[in-house]
Every structure is written in C-alpha cells, then in structure tokens.
Ligand binder design. Structure first.
Ligand code: URA
Length: 236
C-alpha cells in the first residue's frame, strides 16, 4: 500500500497548502483515531481518516475541485500558446495530475470539474453516458418557439452532425437555459448559429449532479464537498 506524508495528503485535498498543513500538524490539530500526528513527515495510506480540529477529513487517493472558469483560459493541462485553467491553482495542486473533466471554450465561463480520477472522468464523459449539462446563453437575435422546437427535436448541424434532442428554456428575448446531454465541439454556438443566432455569452451552470457554487468568483475554486462527490459517483 502506497504511503504519503501527512502534509502532502492534507494539501492534496485542496483545502490547505503544504505549509498550512504542516502548521496544523505542528499545532497538534491533526489526529488519527484520537492520537495527534506529531510530524509532517509521518507517512500514512491515502485512505486514512484524519481529523482536523475534530472534523473528519477524507484524504482520498484522488482530488476533485470545482472551478468557476473565467473567460480567456483554455480547458487543458498545457498549451504551447495559451494560459490554461491549471494556472489558477497553487503550485502544489499543479503537480498532482489534475485535468479538466470536459472542455469549455476559451470564452465560455462557469462550472468546470478538475480531477485526477481518470475513471470517474471517463464515466462522466464517455459517449453514451449522456450526463446532462445546463448553460446560460445570451444571443444576438430574438429567441422564439421555433428555436425551442428545433432544439427539442434534435438539430442537424452544417457538417451533418445529428444532435440529440436538447432543452431550450427561453428566459427573455436574448437569453435562455440550454440543456445538453452530449458535448460536441462548440455545440451550443453551432446550434444557435444554425438558428441564425450568434452566442455572445455562455456560462455552464451544472454538470450532472454538480451545480456551480455562486459564491465562487470567476477564477475561484474549491474542493468538492463529500456530499457532492458522493452524488456525482452515485449518478455517474
Ligand atoms: N457549447 C459551446 O459552444 N461552447 C462551450 O464551451 C460549451 C458548449
């Protein structure tokens, strides 16, 4: 069984930096089965149930972060020309193999899951899984019932791609909630373009059971809560 240093295991949760985790250990605030952990170098299996100030902390083998993606960054781990969403994370979280589970365009904002759990990402993204995703979309041009019908019936795009039926819930002349059960390249922009409407703003609000935490500013991130992770795994 692989063992890791306690400060690394705590930092990998995304809740503390390595330095902060070491401070917690030094202050005697980290315990395992009632016994304080004495040294930051002490090693434990990844699944150890630590407590910090009495609160149970699950140091999973993998890390799961919710990110509010801002515009201007690409959804990738590296890119020869552009800054990636990983640039928003502190150094120690850039070195543990996190990647975005799914892509948002450079100018799209909103919910992005970052993880290093390939199996979960695959389960959420594999074609045929049809995990639902909801987006707030603003367009140039006026949305109407015909657009709703076209989305509902499943559109055929310019390149011949047959979209699955999708939801279009009109909120106002230029604004709607779009629900997709698939995720093809530029899909919403292409669907709207096929209806003669240009997307001027796109924000992902949900991804399966996850909902963007509105307390996160663009560029902000936080670890998933235990409840969010449990639900995501159950519904995958
Ligand atoms: N559809 C798009 O066109 N862009 C995105 O980023 C996501 C969905």
């Amino acid at each position: 069984m692989a063992l890791e240093r306690v400060d690394k295991l705590l930092a990998n949760t995304g809740r503390w930096s390595r330095k902060e985790a070491a401070e917690l250990v030094r202050a005697g605030r980290v315990t395992v089965e009632g016994t304080p952990v004495c040294r930051r170098e002490e090693k434990f299996p990844a699944q150890t149930r630590f407590r910090v100030d009495g609160e149970e902390i699950s140091t999973e083998e993998h890390t799961y972060l919710m990110l509010h993606k801002p515009a201007g960054l690409v959804s990738a781990t590296e890119d020869p020309r552009e800054s990636t969403v990983l640039s928003l994370l502190p150094e120690h979280l850039r070195r543990i193999g996190l990647f975005p589970a799914g892509r948002l365009d450079k100018d799209t904002v909103g919910l992005l899951l970052l993880t290093n759990d390939g199996a979960l990402a695959h389960a959420l993204l594999a074609p045929g899984r049809h995990v639902d995703k909801r987006y707030l979309v603003r367009v140039e041009g006026v949305l109407d019932r015909e657009d709703e019908r076209a989305f509902r019936e499943g559109m055929v795009l310019g390149d011949g791609f047959h979209c699955l039926p999708a939801g279009l819930e009109i909120l106002g002349a230029h604004e709607a909630i779009v629900t997709l059960w698939e995720g093809k390249y530029h899909q919403i922009k292409r669907m709207c373009a096929a209806r003669g409407k240009k997307v001027v703003f796109l924000k992902r609000l949900t991804f399966g059971s996850l909902t963007l935490d509105e307390a996160l500013e663009p560029g902000g991130w936080r670890p998933l809560t235990e409840e969010e992770l449990r639900t995501l795994r159950e519904r995958r």
